[in-house]
Design a binder for this molecule. Structure first.
Ligand code: AMP
Ligand code: GLY
Length: 424
C-alpha cells in the first residue's frame, strides 16, 4: 500500500521510520518532510494546509492511506477533505479535533460527562475573567481558547500576573485563538502525557511519557514545544492507567460519539497526577512531539495495520506489543529557540551519533543540501535512545549528542531528571 504522511517534524520522521519498516508498505511519501525523512520516504513539496493540492497528489499517485501528524491541518478539516475525496485518512475530523482546537469545548465536555479536570470559567471579555481571578485568587491559570502553538497558557503566581495574561491574550497576542479564554484552578502534582489509539468507539491504551516543556535545565525559561521526553513515566502504574482509561479516556470517547463527533485518531491526554487522582489538563488530538519519537522507539508491532484498524473502526480485536525497555529523546535546538534562530549551519557527524548502540537520530528542522545536512528551524534533531533502563538510555542519548558537531545547537542536559531522582 502506498502511504502519505503529512508533516515535517521529528514526530513525522519517527512515524515515517516506523511505517517504512512495515512489510505492507509500498511507496512512502511525506509532505513536506525534512532532511532526515528523505532517507526513508520521498519528500514532496505540498503544503499540509493546501487541501486541493493534497487531494490532487493523492489521486495522481493513487495513495491508499494518509497519516496526518500535526494539529493544524486536523483542526482545519484535512480529514474530511481527504475522506470526502475517497482517500482513506488517519486522524480526527475537525469536529472531533475540537478537543485540541478549543479548550473551552473540552472543559464543557468534561463538565457534562463528569471527567476530572480543574474548575474553570470560559470568558469572552476581560472583566468577566478578572472577576473570576479576584474570586479564586492565585495561583491560577489563564489560557487562550484556540491553537497557540503551546504558548497560549500562563500559570500565574499572582493576581496581577493573571490579570496581565488576560489583557495580553484578549489584546490579540494570539490572534483569533485568544478571542475567548479559559481561566482555571491551578493543579498541583506530577505531569505526564498519556496516549490512546481510538477508532470512534474503542480506545486502545498505548504508553505514557514525560515531556520537558521549559527550554533550560531545571525546568527554567520559557515554554517550548518540548525539549525531550522519555517513556515509560515511572509515576504511571498499571492501576493508574486503568483509572485514566475508566474515568477520562472512555467517558471522553463515549461523550464525543454521543454528541455526533466520534473521535478517531490519537488521543493525547495531558494529565496532572494530583493527591485527588489523575486530572485532565488538556487534550491534543495527535501524537506528541517529541513523545512520538520515544513511543515509536518502543513499538514492536507493525504501526500501519494499527492505524488502518483505527481508521476502519475495528480496534476492538486489536493489540500492540511494546518493548519493556525505556526510551529517551533529547531535542537539539538552534541557539535562540524558542525565539528567533539562525538557519543554514551545517550539522556534521550524524553517522557517528547513529552508530551509538540503541540510538536513532530523528530530524525536525533540517534540510538536505547534496550530502550535507543543514539546520533549518527551531527544534532541529531528536536524539533518541532505547536501553533496558532509563539511566542507560540517557547515557546513550547524550553520548550520541556529544558525537554531533553543530556549534549552533544546544540541548537540555537533564532529560528524565524525575526518573533519575526516583531511582536514586
Ligand atoms: P496546556 O497547553 O494546556 O498543556 O498548558 C501548558 C502547560 O501549562 C501544561 O503542560 C502544564 O504544565 C501547565 N498547566 C496548564 N494547566 C494547568 C493547571 N490547571 N494547573 C497547573 N498547571 C497547568
Ligand atoms: N510535546 C508536547 C506536544 O506535542 O504538544
Amino acid at each position: 500500500m502506498d502511504v502519505l504522511v503529512i508533516g515535517s517534524g521529528g514526530r513525522e520522521h519517527a512515524l515515517c521510520w516506523s511505517l517504512s519498516a512495515s512489510p505492507l508498505i509500498g511507496r512512502l511519501f511525506c509532505a513536506p518532510g525534512n532532511g532526515g525523512i528523505a532517507e526513508v520516504a520521498t519528500c514532496v513539496p505540498v503544503d499540509p494546509l493546501d487541501f486541493p493540492a493534497l487531494i490532487a497528489f493523492c489521486q495522481k499517485e493513487k495513495i491508499g492511506f494518509v497519516v496526518v501528524g500535526p494539529e493544524g491541518p486536523l483542526v482545519a478539516g484535512v480529514v474530511e477533505a481527504l475522506e470526502g475525496a475517497g482517500i482513506k485518512t488517519f486522524g480526527p475530523t475537525s469536529k472531533a479535533a475540537a478537543l485540541e482546537g478549543s479548550k473551552g469545548f473540552t472543559k464543557d465536555l468534561c463538565a457534562r460527562y463528569d471527567i476530572p479536570t480543574a474548575a474553570y470559567k470560559r470568558c469572552t471579555n476581560a472583566a468577566e475573567a478578572k472577576a473570576f481571578i479576584a474570586e479564586r485568587g492565585a495561583p491560577i491559570v489563564v489560557k487562550a481558547d484556540g491553537l497557540a502553538a503551546g504558548k497560549g497558557v500562563v500559570v500565574a503566581t499572582s493576581v496581577e500576573e493573571a490579570n496581565k495574561a488576560v489583557d495580553d491574550i484578549m489584546g490579540g497576542a494570539f490572534g483569533a485563538a485568544g478571542a475567548e479564554l479559559v481561566v482555571e484552578e491551578f493543579l498541583d502534582g506530577e505531569e505526564i502525557s498519556f496516549f490512546a489509539l481510538c477508532d470512534g468507539k474503542n480506545a486502545l491504551p498505548l504508553l505514557s511519557a514525560q515531556d520537558h516543556k521549559r527550554v533550560f535545565d531545571g525546568d527554567q525559561g520559557p515554554n517550548t514545544g518540548g525539549m525531550g521526553a522519555y517513556s515509560p513515566a515511572p509515576v504511571m502504574t498499571a492501576a493508574l492507567e486503568a483509572e485514566v482509561m475508566a474515568r477520562i479516556v472512555r467517558p471522553t470517547m463515549a461523550g464525543m460519539a454521543k454528541e455526533g463527533r466520534p473521535f478517531t485518531g490519537i488521543l493525547f491526554a495531558g494529565l496532572m497526577i494530583t493527591a485527588k487522582g489523575p486530572q485532565l489538563i488538556e487534550y491534543n488530538t495527535r501524537f506528541g512531539d517529541p513523545e512520538c519519537q520515544v513511543l515509536m522507539a518502543r513499538l514492536k508491532s507493525d504501526l500501519l495495520p494499527a492505524l488502518l484498524a483505527a481508521r476502519d473502526g475495528v480496534l476492538d480485536r486489536f493489540d500492540l506489543r511494546w518493548s519493556d525497555d525505556a526510551a529517551l529523546c533529547v531535542v537539539m535546538a538552534a541557539k535562540g529557540y524558542p525565539g528567533d534562530v539562525k538557519k543554514g549551519d551545517e550539522i556534521r557527524n550524524l553517522e557517528a551519533a547513529n552508530k551509538v548502540p540503541g540510538v536513532t537520530v530523528f530530524h525536525a528542522g533540517t534540510r538536505r543540501d547534496g550530502d550535507r545536512i543543514l539546520a533549518n528551524g527551531g527544534r532541529v534533531l531528536g536524539v533518541t535512545a532505547i536501553a533496558p533502563t532509563v539511566r542507560e538510555a540517557r547515557e546513550r542519548a547524550y553520548k550520541a549528542v556529544d558525537a554531533i558537531d553543530w556549534p549552533g545547537g544546544f540541548c537540555r542536559r537533564d532529560i528524565a531528571w524525575r526518573a533519575m531522582e526516583r531511582a536514586s
